[in-house]
Design a protein around this ligand. Structure first.
Ligand SMILES: *Cc1c(COP(=O)(O)O)cnc(C)c1O
Length: 399
Protein backbone atom coordinates (compact mmCIF):
# COMPACT_ATOMS: atom_id res chain seq x y z
CA UNK A 1 0.00 0.00 0.00
CA UNK A 2 1.26 3.48 -0.86
CA UNK A 3 1.52 6.34 1.57
CA UNK A 4 -1.70 8.01 2.35
CA UNK A 5 -2.10 11.36 0.68
CA UNK A 6 -2.27 14.31 3.08
CA UNK A 7 -4.37 17.31 2.14
CA UNK A 8 -3.32 20.17 4.36
CA UNK A 9 -5.97 22.88 4.68
CA UNK A 10 -5.05 24.37 8.04
CA UNK A 11 -2.66 27.17 7.07
CA UNK A 12 -4.13 29.55 9.66
CA UNK A 13 -2.93 27.17 12.38
CA UNK A 14 0.58 26.99 10.96
CA UNK A 15 2.44 26.53 7.69
CA UNK A 16 5.31 24.35 6.54
CA UNK A 17 8.68 26.14 6.18
CA UNK A 18 9.61 27.03 2.60
CA UNK A 19 12.78 25.38 1.29
CA UNK A 20 14.41 28.78 0.55
CA UNK A 21 13.85 29.66 4.21
CA UNK A 22 15.29 26.35 5.47
CA UNK A 23 18.35 26.94 3.26
CA UNK A 24 18.82 30.51 4.50
CA UNK A 25 18.65 29.34 8.12
CA UNK A 26 20.96 26.33 7.88
CA UNK A 27 24.38 28.07 8.20
CA UNK A 28 23.25 29.77 11.42
CA UNK A 29 22.79 26.41 13.12
CA UNK A 30 26.21 25.10 12.09
CA UNK A 31 28.97 27.52 10.97
CA UNK A 32 27.71 30.92 12.08
CA UNK A 33 26.49 29.93 15.51
CA UNK A 34 28.30 32.72 17.37
CA UNK A 35 26.58 34.81 20.02
CA UNK A 36 25.93 38.17 18.32
CA UNK A 37 27.05 39.96 21.49
CA UNK A 38 30.61 38.56 21.10
CA UNK A 39 33.25 40.25 19.00
CA UNK A 40 34.93 37.50 16.92
CA UNK A 41 34.20 36.95 13.27
CA UNK A 42 31.52 34.22 13.47
CA UNK A 43 29.65 36.39 15.98
CA UNK A 44 29.86 39.38 13.67
CA UNK A 45 28.33 37.20 10.95
CA UNK A 46 25.34 36.47 13.21
CA UNK A 47 24.93 40.13 14.04
CA UNK A 48 25.01 41.04 10.37
CA UNK A 49 22.39 38.40 9.60
CA UNK A 50 20.07 39.88 12.24
CA UNK A 51 20.54 43.35 10.74
CA UNK A 52 19.58 41.98 7.33
CA UNK A 53 16.45 40.32 8.72
CA UNK A 54 15.51 43.51 10.55
CA UNK A 55 15.76 45.44 7.28
CA UNK A 56 13.64 42.80 5.49
CA UNK A 57 10.88 43.15 8.10
CA UNK A 58 11.05 46.95 8.05
CA UNK A 59 10.74 46.92 4.27
CA UNK A 60 7.68 44.63 4.42
CA UNK A 61 5.88 46.92 6.88
CA UNK A 62 6.98 50.32 5.60
CA UNK A 63 8.75 50.85 8.95
CA UNK A 64 12.27 51.84 10.00
CA UNK A 65 14.64 49.04 10.96
CA UNK A 66 15.09 50.44 14.47
CA UNK A 67 11.36 50.04 15.09
CA UNK A 68 11.53 46.23 14.65
CA UNK A 69 11.97 44.00 17.74
CA UNK A 70 12.35 40.23 17.46
CA UNK A 71 10.36 38.10 19.91
CA UNK A 72 9.47 34.43 20.38
CA UNK A 73 6.27 34.72 18.32
CA UNK A 74 2.81 36.22 18.04
CA UNK A 75 1.77 35.47 21.62
CA UNK A 76 4.79 37.20 23.12
CA UNK A 77 4.38 40.20 20.82
CA UNK A 78 0.72 40.58 21.83
CA UNK A 79 1.59 40.22 25.53
CA UNK A 80 4.41 42.75 25.25
CA UNK A 81 2.34 45.33 23.37
CA UNK A 82 -0.58 45.18 25.81
CA UNK A 83 1.16 44.69 29.15
CA UNK A 84 4.02 47.00 28.16
CA UNK A 85 1.75 49.89 27.18
CA UNK A 86 -0.51 49.29 30.19
CA UNK A 87 2.26 49.49 32.77
CA UNK A 88 4.10 52.39 31.10
CA UNK A 89 0.95 54.53 30.98
CA UNK A 90 -0.69 53.65 34.28
CA UNK A 91 -0.49 57.26 35.52
CA UNK A 92 -2.40 58.45 32.48
CA UNK A 93 -5.25 55.96 32.78
CA UNK A 94 -6.23 52.34 32.97
CA UNK A 95 -8.76 51.86 30.18
CA UNK A 96 -8.05 49.55 27.21
CA UNK A 97 -10.22 48.97 24.14
CA UNK A 98 -10.11 45.76 22.14
CA UNK A 99 -12.66 43.56 20.34
CA UNK A 100 -14.64 40.44 21.23
CA UNK A 101 -13.05 38.41 18.43
CA UNK A 102 -9.35 38.77 19.24
CA UNK A 103 -6.97 35.82 19.47
CA UNK A 104 -6.61 34.43 23.00
CA UNK A 105 -3.13 35.96 23.19
CA UNK A 106 -4.93 39.33 23.30
CA UNK A 107 -8.15 38.38 25.12
CA UNK A 108 -6.46 36.48 27.95
CA UNK A 109 -3.85 39.23 28.37
CA UNK A 110 -6.65 41.79 28.69
CA UNK A 111 -8.49 39.56 31.17
CA UNK A 112 -5.30 39.30 33.22
CA UNK A 113 -5.02 43.10 33.27
CA UNK A 114 -8.66 43.37 34.40
CA UNK A 115 -7.68 41.35 37.47
CA UNK A 116 -4.86 43.87 38.02
CA UNK A 117 -7.34 46.75 38.09
CA UNK A 118 -7.53 47.81 34.44
CA UNK A 119 -10.87 48.33 32.69
CA UNK A 120 -11.31 46.73 29.27
CA UNK A 121 -13.98 47.43 26.66
CA UNK A 122 -14.51 44.50 24.28
CA UNK A 123 -16.07 46.02 21.16
CA UNK A 124 -18.83 43.97 19.52
CA UNK A 125 -18.73 42.95 15.86
CA UNK A 126 -21.46 42.68 13.23
CA UNK A 127 -22.60 39.35 11.78
CA UNK A 128 -19.59 39.34 9.44
CA UNK A 129 -17.12 39.94 12.26
CA UNK A 130 -16.48 43.60 11.45
CA UNK A 131 -15.75 46.20 14.14
CA UNK A 132 -17.69 49.43 13.54
CA UNK A 133 -15.35 52.47 13.73
CA UNK A 134 -18.26 54.46 15.24
CA UNK A 135 -18.30 52.01 18.17
CA UNK A 136 -14.60 52.62 18.73
CA UNK A 137 -15.10 56.38 18.70
CA UNK A 138 -17.87 56.07 21.31
CA UNK A 139 -15.85 53.79 23.59
CA UNK A 140 -12.89 56.16 23.95
CA UNK A 141 -12.60 58.03 27.27
CA UNK A 142 -9.92 60.37 28.61
CA UNK A 143 -8.57 57.34 30.52
CA UNK A 144 -8.04 55.19 27.41
CA UNK A 145 -4.37 54.28 27.06
CA UNK A 146 -4.46 51.57 24.37
CA UNK A 147 -6.58 50.39 21.45
CA UNK A 148 -5.83 46.87 20.16
CA UNK A 149 -7.81 45.51 17.21
CA UNK A 150 -6.68 42.54 15.14
CA UNK A 151 -5.92 43.03 11.45
CA UNK A 152 -7.51 39.80 10.21
CA UNK A 153 -9.32 37.17 12.23
CA UNK A 154 -7.74 33.73 12.48
CA UNK A 155 -11.06 31.85 12.55
CA UNK A 156 -13.39 33.57 10.10
CA UNK A 157 -10.78 35.51 8.10
CA UNK A 158 -12.57 38.86 8.34
CA UNK A 159 -10.26 41.81 7.57
CA UNK A 160 -10.91 44.82 9.82
CA UNK A 161 -10.88 48.47 8.63
CA UNK A 162 -7.46 48.99 10.20
CA UNK A 163 -6.51 52.34 8.62
CA UNK A 164 -9.83 53.85 9.71
CA UNK A 165 -9.60 52.48 13.26
CA UNK A 166 -5.98 53.65 13.42
CA UNK A 167 -6.96 57.14 12.33
CA UNK A 168 -9.47 57.39 15.20
CA UNK A 169 -6.79 56.31 17.68
CA UNK A 170 -4.37 58.82 16.15
CA UNK A 171 -6.90 61.69 16.50
CA UNK A 172 -7.18 60.92 20.21
CA UNK A 173 -3.40 60.41 20.58
CA UNK A 174 -3.94 56.86 21.85
CA UNK A 175 -1.44 54.14 20.84
CA UNK A 176 -2.94 51.71 18.31
CA UNK A 177 -1.85 48.05 18.32
CA UNK A 178 -2.88 45.46 15.76
CA UNK A 179 -2.37 41.70 15.89
CA UNK A 180 -1.42 41.21 12.22
CA UNK A 181 -0.34 37.57 12.60
CA UNK A 182 -2.88 36.41 9.99
CA UNK A 183 -2.48 39.41 7.71
CA UNK A 184 1.20 39.23 6.74
CA UNK A 185 1.60 37.88 3.21
CA UNK A 186 -2.15 38.17 2.54
CA UNK A 187 -2.74 41.90 2.85
CA UNK A 188 -0.35 44.75 2.01
CA UNK A 189 0.68 46.45 5.25
CA UNK A 190 1.99 49.99 5.70
CA UNK A 191 2.27 51.07 9.31
CA UNK A 192 2.39 54.78 8.41
CA UNK A 193 -0.46 54.87 5.89
CA UNK A 194 -2.57 52.73 8.26
CA UNK A 195 -1.82 54.67 11.46
CA UNK A 196 -0.41 51.63 13.27
CA UNK A 197 1.80 52.25 16.34
CA UNK A 198 2.39 48.63 17.36
CA UNK A 199 2.06 45.47 15.27
CA UNK A 200 2.49 41.78 16.09
CA UNK A 201 3.52 39.14 13.58
CA UNK A 202 4.70 35.54 13.67
CA UNK A 203 6.90 33.69 11.16
CA UNK A 204 5.16 30.31 11.25
CA UNK A 205 1.98 31.79 9.75
CA UNK A 206 3.79 32.81 6.54
CA UNK A 207 6.02 29.80 5.71
CA UNK A 208 8.70 30.66 8.25
CA UNK A 209 9.86 28.80 11.37
CA UNK A 210 7.95 28.46 14.65
CA UNK A 211 9.00 30.30 17.80
CA UNK A 212 9.99 33.61 16.27
CA UNK A 213 8.02 36.81 15.74
CA UNK A 214 8.20 40.56 15.74
CA UNK A 215 6.74 43.47 17.61
CA UNK A 216 6.87 46.66 15.58
CA UNK A 217 6.99 49.67 17.93
CA UNK A 218 6.67 53.16 16.45
CA UNK A 219 9.47 55.48 17.55
CA UNK A 220 8.46 57.54 20.58
CA UNK A 221 5.88 55.05 21.89
CA UNK A 222 5.93 54.78 25.68
CA UNK A 223 6.18 51.07 26.48
CA UNK A 224 7.77 48.98 29.26
CA UNK A 225 9.83 45.86 28.63
CA UNK A 226 8.24 42.43 29.04
CA UNK A 227 11.37 40.24 29.16
CA UNK A 228 14.08 41.65 31.45
CA UNK A 229 17.73 40.61 31.34
CA UNK A 230 20.57 41.36 28.94
CA UNK A 231 20.83 44.30 26.59
CA UNK A 232 19.70 42.59 23.37
CA UNK A 233 17.28 44.28 20.93
CA UNK A 234 18.48 47.73 21.95
CA UNK A 235 17.83 46.98 25.65
CA UNK A 236 14.17 46.29 25.06
CA UNK A 237 13.93 42.53 24.77
CA UNK A 238 16.46 40.42 26.65
CA UNK A 239 17.69 36.97 25.65
CA UNK A 240 20.32 35.63 23.27
CA UNK A 241 18.89 36.05 19.80
CA UNK A 242 17.28 33.13 17.96
CA UNK A 243 19.55 33.86 15.01
CA UNK A 244 18.48 31.05 12.68
CA UNK A 245 14.83 31.80 13.45
CA UNK A 246 15.31 35.51 12.87
CA UNK A 247 17.09 34.85 9.56
CA UNK A 248 14.24 32.53 8.58
CA UNK A 249 11.63 35.13 9.52
CA UNK A 250 13.42 37.76 7.43
CA UNK A 251 13.62 35.52 4.38
CA UNK A 252 10.02 34.34 4.81
CA UNK A 253 8.58 37.85 5.08
CA UNK A 254 10.56 38.96 2.04
CA UNK A 255 9.14 36.05 0.00
CA UNK A 256 5.61 36.40 1.43
CA UNK A 257 5.34 40.10 0.61
CA UNK A 258 7.08 39.99 -2.80
CA UNK A 259 3.95 39.04 -4.74
CA UNK A 260 0.90 39.26 -2.50
CA UNK A 261 -1.39 39.84 -5.47
CA UNK A 262 -0.24 36.76 -7.39
CA UNK A 263 -0.35 34.59 -4.26
CA UNK A 264 -3.87 35.77 -3.42
CA UNK A 265 -5.16 35.28 -6.93
CA UNK A 266 -4.08 31.66 -7.02
CA UNK A 267 -5.33 30.78 -3.54
CA UNK A 268 -8.56 32.71 -3.82
CA UNK A 269 -9.50 30.92 -7.05
CA UNK A 270 -9.17 27.54 -5.31
CA UNK A 271 -10.95 28.83 -2.20
CA UNK A 272 -13.87 30.20 -4.21
CA UNK A 273 -14.33 26.96 -6.13
CA UNK A 274 -14.20 24.92 -2.92
CA UNK A 275 -16.64 27.23 -1.15
CA UNK A 276 -19.13 27.27 -4.03
CA UNK A 277 -18.91 23.49 -4.35
CA UNK A 278 -19.58 22.93 -0.64
CA UNK A 279 -22.55 25.27 -0.58
CA UNK A 280 -23.98 23.78 -3.78
CA UNK A 281 -23.76 20.15 -2.64
CA UNK A 282 -24.47 20.34 1.11
CA UNK A 283 -27.79 21.78 2.37
CA UNK A 284 -28.27 23.69 5.66
CA UNK A 285 -24.88 25.43 5.72
CA UNK A 286 -23.88 28.93 6.89
CA UNK A 287 -20.84 30.76 5.58
CA UNK A 288 -19.14 32.57 8.47
CA UNK A 289 -17.08 35.74 8.09
CA UNK A 290 -17.36 38.49 5.50
CA UNK A 291 -18.11 37.42 1.91
CA UNK A 292 -15.43 39.74 0.47
CA UNK A 293 -13.40 41.39 3.24
CA UNK A 294 -11.79 38.08 4.08
CA UNK A 295 -8.40 36.36 3.93
CA UNK A 296 -7.94 34.79 0.48
CA UNK A 297 -7.51 31.20 1.73
CA UNK A 298 -10.17 31.17 4.45
CA UNK A 299 -13.42 29.20 4.46
CA UNK A 300 -15.35 28.99 7.70
CA UNK A 301 -18.63 27.25 7.31
CA UNK A 302 -21.16 25.81 9.74
CA UNK A 303 -23.16 22.67 9.07
CA UNK A 304 -26.38 22.36 10.99
CA UNK A 305 -26.89 19.19 13.07
CA UNK A 306 -23.20 18.33 13.15
CA UNK A 307 -20.53 18.36 15.82
CA UNK A 308 -17.30 19.90 14.46
CA UNK A 309 -14.96 17.58 16.32
CA UNK A 310 -16.50 14.42 14.84
CA UNK A 311 -16.31 15.97 11.37
CA UNK A 312 -12.57 16.60 11.90
CA UNK A 313 -11.98 12.97 12.89
CA UNK A 314 -13.72 11.66 9.79
CA UNK A 315 -11.81 14.12 7.59
CA UNK A 316 -8.54 13.14 9.27
CA UNK A 317 -9.34 9.55 8.40
CA UNK A 318 -9.36 10.65 4.76
CA UNK A 319 -6.06 12.51 5.16
CA UNK A 320 -7.66 15.97 5.27
CA UNK A 321 -6.26 18.39 7.90
CA UNK A 322 -8.79 21.03 8.90
CA UNK A 323 -9.94 22.74 12.03
CA UNK A 324 -13.11 23.61 13.86
CA UNK A 325 -13.48 27.05 15.37
CA UNK A 326 -9.95 27.96 16.38
CA UNK A 327 -7.03 25.56 16.43
CA UNK A 328 -6.46 26.54 20.05
CA UNK A 329 -9.98 25.69 21.22
CA UNK A 330 -10.02 22.35 19.45
CA UNK A 331 -10.31 19.69 22.11
CA UNK A 332 -12.49 21.78 24.40
CA UNK A 333 -16.24 21.78 24.23
CA UNK A 334 -16.63 25.55 24.40
CA UNK A 335 -17.96 27.02 21.20
CA UNK A 336 -15.77 29.58 19.48
CA UNK A 337 -15.97 33.06 21.07
CA UNK A 338 -15.56 34.49 17.57
CA UNK A 339 -18.58 32.71 16.07
CA UNK A 340 -20.69 33.56 19.13
CA UNK A 341 -19.69 37.25 18.79
CA UNK A 342 -21.02 37.24 15.22
CA UNK A 343 -24.38 36.16 16.64
CA UNK A 344 -24.27 32.55 15.44
CA UNK A 345 -26.38 30.32 17.75
CA UNK A 346 -24.40 27.97 20.01
CA UNK A 347 -25.67 24.77 18.32
CA UNK A 348 -24.62 25.98 14.88
CA UNK A 349 -21.27 27.24 16.18
CA UNK A 350 -20.49 23.68 17.26
CA UNK A 351 -20.79 22.47 13.67
CA UNK A 352 -18.24 24.81 12.16
CA UNK A 353 -15.40 23.80 9.90
CA UNK A 354 -12.42 25.98 9.03
CA UNK A 355 -10.49 25.19 5.88
CA UNK A 356 -7.54 27.49 5.24
CA UNK A 357 -5.76 27.09 1.94
CA UNK A 358 -2.15 27.90 1.27
CA UNK A 359 0.48 27.69 -1.40
CA UNK A 360 0.85 23.89 -1.26
CA UNK A 361 -2.78 23.28 -2.19
CA UNK A 362 -3.76 22.25 -5.70
CA UNK A 363 -6.93 21.93 -7.75
CA UNK A 364 -6.75 18.18 -7.10
CA UNK A 365 -6.93 18.90 -3.33
CA UNK A 366 -10.07 20.94 -3.90
CA UNK A 367 -11.61 18.13 -5.97
CA UNK A 368 -10.81 15.60 -3.26
CA UNK A 369 -12.36 17.67 -0.45
CA UNK A 370 -15.43 18.26 -2.60
CA UNK A 371 -15.74 14.52 -3.05
CA UNK A 372 -15.21 13.56 0.60
CA UNK A 373 -16.85 16.33 2.62
CA UNK A 374 -20.46 15.85 1.44
CA UNK A 375 -20.20 12.13 2.27
CA UNK A 376 -18.85 12.89 5.75
CA UNK A 377 -21.60 15.42 6.44
CA UNK A 378 -24.30 13.03 5.21
CA UNK A 379 -22.95 10.19 7.32
CA UNK A 380 -22.86 12.35 10.46
CA UNK A 381 -26.29 13.80 9.86
CA UNK A 382 -27.70 10.31 9.38
CA UNK A 383 -26.50 9.55 12.90
CA UNK A 384 -28.05 12.71 14.33
CA UNK A 385 -31.45 12.35 16.01
CA UNK A 386 -31.92 16.13 15.78
CA UNK A 387 -31.46 16.06 12.04
CA UNK A 388 -34.12 13.39 11.71
CA UNK A 389 -36.52 15.32 13.91
CA UNK A 390 -35.99 18.51 11.89
CA UNK A 391 -37.49 17.01 8.75
CA UNK A 392 -34.65 18.54 6.74
CA UNK A 393 -33.47 15.08 5.77
CA UNK A 394 -36.40 14.73 3.41
CA UNK A 395 -37.99 12.09 5.61
CA UNK A 396 -35.86 9.25 4.22
CA UNK A 397 -34.50 8.21 7.56
CA UNK A 398 -37.56 8.48 9.77
CA UNK A 399 -37.60 5.55 12.17
C1 LIG B 1 -1.26 32.20 15.59
C2 LIG B 1 -1.77 33.48 16.10
C3 LIG B 1 -1.21 34.10 17.24
C4 LIG B 1 -0.15 33.42 18.08
O1 LIG B 1 1.08 33.37 17.42
P1 LIG B 1 2.21 32.34 17.96
O2 LIG B 1 3.41 32.69 17.15
O3 LIG B 1 1.69 30.98 17.66
O4 LIG B 1 2.39 32.61 19.41
C5 LIG B 1 -1.68 35.32 17.64
N1 LIG B 1 -2.65 35.94 16.95
C6 LIG B 1 -3.22 35.40 15.84
C7 LIG B 1 -4.27 36.15 15.12
C8 LIG B 1 -2.79 34.15 15.40
O5 LIG B 1 -3.37 33.62 14.32
Amino acid sequence: MGEKRIIYMDHSATTYVRQEVVDAMAPYHTENFGNPSSIYRIARASKKAIDTARAQVAQALGADADEIYFTSGGSESDNWAIKGIASANIRKGSHIITSQIEHHAVIHTCQYLEKEGFTVTYLPVDRYGLVDPADLEKAITDKTILISIMYANNEIGTIEPIAELGAIARNHKIPFHTDAVQAVGNVPIDVNAQNIDLLSLSAHKFYGPKGVGVLYIRKGTKIDNLIHGGGQERRRRAGTENIAGIVGLGKAIELATADIEGHNKKIQAMRDRLQKGIIATIPSTHLNGHPEKRLPGNINISFEFIEGESMLLWLDDEGICASTGSACTSGSLEPSHVLLATGLPVEISHGSLRLTLGNINTDADVDFVLEVLPKVVTRLRDMSPLYKKSGKDGGCNVQ
